[in-house]
Unconditional design. Sequence first.
Length: 255
Amino acid sequence: MRPKIAAAAACVALAAVAAIVFWGAAQRGADAPLGKACDPDAELPTIGRSLDLALYVGRSVDEDLARSLASRAAVYFGEFGLQVDIAEPVRELPYRVMLPAPRDMPATAPQADAGAQAEKLLGRLRGFVSRHADEPGSAIRVVVIDEIAHEDSLAAAGLGTLRGLAISPALAPDRAGLDLREMFGRDHAPVVLLAPRGDPEADARVLAHEIGHALGLEHRHHPHNLMTQHEHGCAPLLDDDQAEIIRGALSDLQL
Ligand SMILES: [Zn+2]
């Protein structure tokens, strides 16, 4: 009986997500997929483009969770006239953490070894980027994973607990003082990493924010904007300038 019950529960959950997604598309501000609108009266700019997401899941992340978070983000961008399609199949990665902390890589590394430490730290991410760079039919690669940076890793020591991270050298070459073009090469497709925390609305907001970075958007101070660095608790906005940047990014990337 158990598997049947589990399958039925999964179906109910999926139906609920579908219902939420549909409702969100139909009526901004009620139970929209990223939560109630921060400013229901704001006029939304229209981007008028489309974008594919290719989904990857870490070893212990459920595919359907990744799909449902991506769907929420897709409905959100849809409200701005950006049609986001999620490519199938969802691909599985053999690891739980993107930036690991090998035993021989302590958090407090001697300064002289910093270059070598960074090389080790980024090896898995670079491998992912280069292995998946040429896969057809995908624009932004979204990796939903247990942890972006292991708590003992240099990245966690420097950046804290990471819930989301975007690597988009062509469109946003500087992140956190790092030269991404130098680290990864200019030409690879944007990659977004997401470590969900069990709150689908908030997790999907983080995903949408990182997709914003992947499309070249920088942080904004306005509290209701998608690109604020603070948690919203509501579905944030894009403004006309940001819509223009996204249009330009999609043309530049020929997506
Ligand atoms: Zn950010």
